[in-house]
Design a binder for this molecule. Structure first.
Ligand code: D6A
Length: 328
C-alpha cells in the first residue's frame, strides 16, 4: 500500500505538522527523520502540560495495549525532550497502516514542547537502532510499515510557506524536476547520513567541510554546517553579520542571497535556493533577517528544512539510499 499526508508549515516554517490517526484519534505530529521515537501528548500528562494541546486519550482507544514495564526518554539537539511509558496501537498515516506500532506516551515533556501548542508529538523516521524504549527497543513506523509498502520508501515534499506532503510507499515523479539523483546512506549512527564534503557558491572555488558528513533531518528547521562554510557563504552578502545577541548570522532582508550547492555522497551537487536561505525577519520592521544556513561545532552537518524546501527528498529503506531532485 501507500500513504500520503499533508505537511503544513507552522510559525514561519519553524516546523511541519502532519495528521496521524492513532487508535481512531487524529493528532498533528512533527515527522522527524533525525530521531526514531513516536511519542504523543496524552491524557496521562499533567493538566498544565496538556494546556493548548490536542492529546491522545488513552481511555478512548479500543485498540491501545500498554506494554508492561516499558519506558522511554528522549532528548533532542536543542535540549528539549520527553519521557513516559509505552503501548501499542494501530497507526494510520494517510492510508499506510501499522496495526501494532509502539506509541510512546509522554508523562513528562520539556517546556518548549508545552509551549509549541501546534505540535502534539513526533514521528521518528530515522533508523530503529536510535529508538529509546527500554527494556525492549521498538521499531519506527517506517520500519513496521515497509514490508506492506508498494516500495520501501518515504518522501518529504516540504514547501516554503505552503502545504507540502509526506508520502509512504511511492515516489511521485510529478513532484520534482528532472531525474532524481541517489547517494548511499551510512546507517552506522542510525541517521540518514551521507558524505557531503564540499559546498559551492556560484562557480567560486568549492569549500571543504571538516568531517564531510551530513544527516537529512526534517525535524531541524535550519541547515547547520561548519563555521568556515557559513562565513564563506555570507561573505557574498553585503551587510551580513554574525550577531551573538540574535544567535547567528543576520543580513538586510532585501539582500540578494546566492544559491548554495552542497555535495551529496560525492556523486552530485544539490542546490539550495538563495531565497530559501532568507529564513525570517528578526525585527518588527522586517529590516534584518536571520539566515537559514548557520554554524554548528560538529563534524556532522545537519541539513534541515531549509534544504528540504529546495529539494524533494526520497528515503529508501530497501537499499539505504537517499534521493534528491529540485521541487516541481
Ligand atoms: O535531535 C535532532 C533530531 N531532529 C531534530 C529535531 N528537533 C526537534 C524538536 C521539535 C520540537 C521542539 C520544541 F517543540 F521546540 F520543543 C524541539 C525540538 N524535532 O526534531 C534534532
Amino acid at each position: 500500500g501507500t500513504g500520503k499526508v499533508t505537511a503544513t508549515p507552522i510559525n514561519g516554517d519553524v516546523e511541519y505538522l502532519s495528521p496521524v490517526n492513532i487508535g481512531g484519534q487524529t493528532l498533528n505530529l512533527d515527522f522527524d527523520s533525525g530521531s526514531s521515537d513516536l511519542w504523543v501528548f496524552n491524557s496521562q500528562l499533567s493538566t498544565a502540560s496538556q494546556t493548548g494541546h490536542t492529546v491522545f486519550n488513552v481511555a478512548k482507544s479500543q485498540t491501545l495495549q500498554m506494554m508492561t514495564g516499558a519506558t522511554y526518554s528522549i532528548s533532542y539537539g536543542d535540549g528539549s525532550g520527553s519521557a513516559g511509558n509505552v503501548g501499542t496501537d494501530t497507526v494510520n498515516i494517510g492510508g499506510a497502516t501499522v496495526t501494532s506500532q509502539a506509541i510512546e506516551l509522554a508523562t513528562a515533556v520539556s517546556a518548549s514542547f508545552v509551549e509549541d501548542t501546534a505540535s502534539n508529538g513526533l514521528v521518528g523516521l530515522a533508523f530503529s537502532k536510535l529508538n529509546t524504549v527500554k527494556p525492549t527497543q521498538q521499531k519506527t513506523f517506517f520500519d513496521n510499515a515497509m514490508p506492506n509498502l508498494a516500495e520501501p520508501v518515504f518522501t518529504a515534499d516540504l514547501r516554503s510557506n505552503a502545504v507540502g506532503a509526506y508520502e509512504f510507499g511511492a515516489i511521485d515523479t510529478s513532484k520534482f524536476n528532472g531525474t532524481m539523483q541517489w547517494a548511499a546512506v551510512n546507517t552506522t549512527n542510525g541517521f540518514w547520513q551521507f558524505s557531503s564534503e564540499k559546498f559551492q557558491v556560484g562557480d567560486a572555488t568549492p569549500m571543504a567541510v571538516p568531517g564531510g558528513q551530513a544527516i537529512a533531518d526534517t525535524g531541524t528547521t535550519l541547515m547547520l554546517t561548519s563555521a568556515a562554510v557559513v562565513n564563506a557563504y555570507y561573505a557574498n552578502v553585503q551587510g551580513a553579520v554574525n550577531d551573538q545577541q540574535v544567535g547567528g548570522v543576520t543580513f538586510p532582508c532585501n539582500s540578494q542571497l546566492p544559491d548554495l550547492q552542497f555535495d551529496v555522497g560525492g556523486s552530485f551537487m544539490a542546490n539550495v535556493k538563495g531565497s530559501d536561505i532568507n529564513f525570517a525577519p528578526v525585527d518588527n520592521a522586517g529590516t534584518t533577517c536571520f539566515g537559514g544556513v548557520q554554524a554548528i561545532q560538529s563534524n556532522l552537518q545537519i541539513y534541515g528544512d531549509i534544504m528540504f524546501k529546495s529539494q524533494f527528498v526520497a528515503f529508501n529503506g530497501g537499499n539505504n539510499s537517499i534521493g534528491m531532485a529540485p521541487h516541481q
